[in-house]
Write a protein that binds this ligand. Structure first.
Ligand code: UTP
Length: 323
């Protein structure tokens, strides 16, 4: 069976909800972590390049930045830098071959990543932590506020989280983090925020932050997820931040210092989000868009229903074709 259309055509990014005159123009995407939770797949491939249907996870993240009007993207990469660099570059041989065949759909899909934004790369020599990865961006960012989007953290493209965060930064200044309420048993996987209300629906003031607390030490159920809008002050704090949990320079520790000065706000996010660096969440991140894709969904959902029937014993086994 021939492969249907590439997803870039089937699920276009939402129309940019860009407000004129925003202070933030640049995004930083840290993608230099070791990805140990996903070994051995990540031995020679960055986890950010693992496919979610037919695009690498990091492409969705760049699309999200571009949709929010951030047209300058700095990738902080480590080992395996080339796969990420190549993906966001032109591929002349491939483009020529597709052009010669008149395959414009695939040609566009191949060209799209390089057209999303002005993309830059910097190398984090050693994976010394997320805070250190952000510090590596200092020269490129300069003295302006900027966004940080973790390259393995996927937010449903229909959401407007990043735009809301940029709006809050424009109005309240300081830094803005994205928060998600999680069950108490999961808080130890995240940075956790102590918060107080601001009077504005969905916006809280962050009064403290702690990295990966035990459930009994967690100040709330609000987990920090992989979207930040940071004031350039964070660089000065990061420079002085010693290695913390896991021996890594933690962004959470630097934000904790900024929060104690009253300059950090949180946006409470209630939408869909997946950590593709976690195996179980990666599978969820792939299945949902596959079901929703017009070119793949009908056949895949029919198969999935049959498979689930097999699992719960209501349908005969060995179903390897669509019902
Ligand atoms: P993670 O906490 O997921 O760590 O990083 P990790 O090392 O990548 O993965 P595991 O836990 O070993 O499986 C969160 C984000 O910060 C980046 C990662 O690439 C990811 O996007 N990161 C982390 C860096 O860029 N540099 C670092 O030193 C650490």
């Amino acid at each position: 069976m021939s492969t249907p259309h590439p997803s870039a055509r089937a699920t276009p990014a939402p129309a940019p909800a860009v407000r004129a005159g925003r202070a933030v123009r640049k995004a930083v995407i840290p993608a230099a972590g070791l990805g140990t939770r996903f070994l051995p797949a990540t031995k020679a491939t960055p986890k950010e390049m693992l496919p979610v249907v037919d695009k690498p996870a990091i492409q969705y993240v760049v699309e999200e930045a571009a949709a929010a009007g951030l047209d300058d993207v700095l990738m902080v990469t480590g080992r395996h830098k080339r796969a990420i660099e190549d993906h966001f570059d032109h591929a002349f041989e491939l483009e020529q071959a597709l052009a010669a065949k008149g395959d414009t759909v695939r040609l566009d899909a191949v060209r799209d990543p390089a057209r999303l934004a002005s993309i830059h790369h910097i190398r984090q020599g050693e994976p010394l932590g997320l805070g250190h990865a952000v510090l590596c961006a200092r020269r490129h960012i300069g003295d302006q506020p900027f966004a940080v989007l973790l390259g393995d953290d996927l937010i449903d493209p229909r959401e407007t989280l990043l735009s809301r965060m940029l709006d809050v930064r424009d109005r309240l200044l300081g830094s803005v983090v994205a928060l998600m309420e999680v069950p108490p048993g999961q808080i130890h996987r995240y940075g956790c925020a102590a918060v107080e209300p601001t009077g504005e629906e969905g916006v809280v003031r962050v009064t403290g932050l702690v990295e990966k607390p035990a459930p009994q030490d967690a100040p709330s159920r609000y987990a920090v997820i992989g979207r930040y809008v940071l004031d350039p002050d964070v660089f000065t704090v990061l420079e002085r931040t010693p290695p913390g949990r896991g021996g890594e320079i933690q962004l959470t520790d630097a934000l904790e210092q900024l929060a104690s000065g009253g300059t950090v706000h949180g946006i409470v996010f209630e939408g869909l989000r997946h950590d593709t660096g976690d195996k179980a969440d990666y599978l969820r991140a792939v299945v949902r868009p596959a079901c929703e894709r017009p070119d793949l969904g009908p056949e895949f959902v029919a198969w999935l229903r049959g498979f689930l029937g097999e699992l719960d014993g209501t349908r005969p086994g060995h179903r390897d074709v669509a019902a």
